[in-house]
Design a protein around this ligand. Structure first.
Ligand code: SIN
Length: 303
């Protein structure tokens, strides 16, 4: 018998706990050539803003040991274009759709949430953690009062459950997660990228045009695991864990630490089939270890 892989996040059923993380899967169409998107638990689309954005100047990607830096700067076609052209295609697949929303101001976040109210979207991901923009993003996500305020306002305008996506670039992640919960957030996703930089010693210049960027990939997995574990104990809402997951076993570690589901990010840039491979590897782990229902694993870390 096949093990049960379905999980529930904020009252929404996911066929398995693997979600393609925002910014690494576009709007699904490129990956649809390689995998059946209907087999993936959910897809978090590239971060969207009210107006289209060109993003930061290049170079905006730098490879680093066991990871990569990005300073994309929320390049995206804008919420209206997404609703008209990309969302209809995505709804052809039997997967959960999570829309990552971004704004320069609280009002902009709220206007995007309003535009999505009646749309076939399963969840919003409130991105208050992008390190590559001057307004909104991480600026909002590092102060508990602002986190509370933006979450409360977006919730008042949202038609779907709201996952609040947190930045690791804070001293006390528990305090930030609790502010999101108090603001009415339905769940927490973490971690976004870790602020970093890369330098070219020959030219004596930074590699990224933006000088600093967000580090992702296996290099950040221990930080992500620690934060998922801390947050899972501090709040009563579900946690979606991410940060450096490239194998099924990595994903299992996040579930043990307390995550109900996982986001797969940078691994999608290494292999377009990463999400599917990880789903298969989770299933193999469950069979090999006599786990009949994935929910048995969530938060079952023995400390
Ligand atoms: C970016 O577009 O700069 C990355 C998005 C993010 O880190 O949230």
């Amino acid at each position: 018998m096949r093990p049960k892989m379905a999980v529930e996040i904020c009252g929404i059923d996911f066929k398995n706990p693997v979600i393609a993380a925002s910014g690494t899967y576009g709007f699904g169409s490129e990956h649809a050539e390689y995998v059946d998107l209907s087999r993936i638990g959910g897809i978090a689309v590239k971060g969207l803003t009210l107006e289209p954005r060109k993003g930061n100047p290049p170079p905006r990607i730098a490879e680093t040991p066991s990871g990569m830096l990005n300073s994309v700067g929320l390049q995206n076609p804008g919420i209206d274009y997404f609703i008209e052209h990309q969302l209809p295609r995505l709804t052809e697949y039997n997967t959960r759709i999570i829309v990552n929303i971004n704004g320069n101001t609280v009002e902009e976040y709220c206007r995007i949430a309003e535009k999505l109210q009646e749309k076939p979207v399963d969840m919003l991901e409130l991105n208050i953690s992008c390190p590559n923009v001057r307004q909104g993003g991480m600026v909002f996500g590092t102060d508990p009062d602002t986190v509370y305020d933006v979450t409360r306002n977006v919730k008042a305008h949202a038609g779907q459950p709201v996952l609040v996506k947190l930045t690791p670039n804070v001293t006390d992640i528990k305090e930030i997660a609790m502010a999101a919960e108090e603001g009415g957030g339905d769940g927490i996703s973490l971690i976004n990228t870790v602020l970093g930089m890369a330098i070219d010693a020959k030219s004596r210049r930074p590699i990224l045009a933006n000088v600093v960027g967000g580090l992702s990939g296996p290099a950040i997995k221990p930080i992500a695991l620690r934060m998922v574990w801390e947050v899972s104990q501090a709040v009563d809402i579900p946690v979606v864990g991410m940060g450096g997951i490239v194998t099924g076993e990595d994903a299992i570690e996040f579930l043990l630490a307390g995550a109900t589901a996982v986001g797969v990010g940078t691994a999608n840039l290494i292999s377009p089939t990463a999400c599917m491979d990880i789903i298969n590897q989770i299933e193999d782990y469950m069979k090999e270890n006599g786990v009949e229902d994935i929910n048995e694993l969530i938060g079952s870390l023995i400390v």
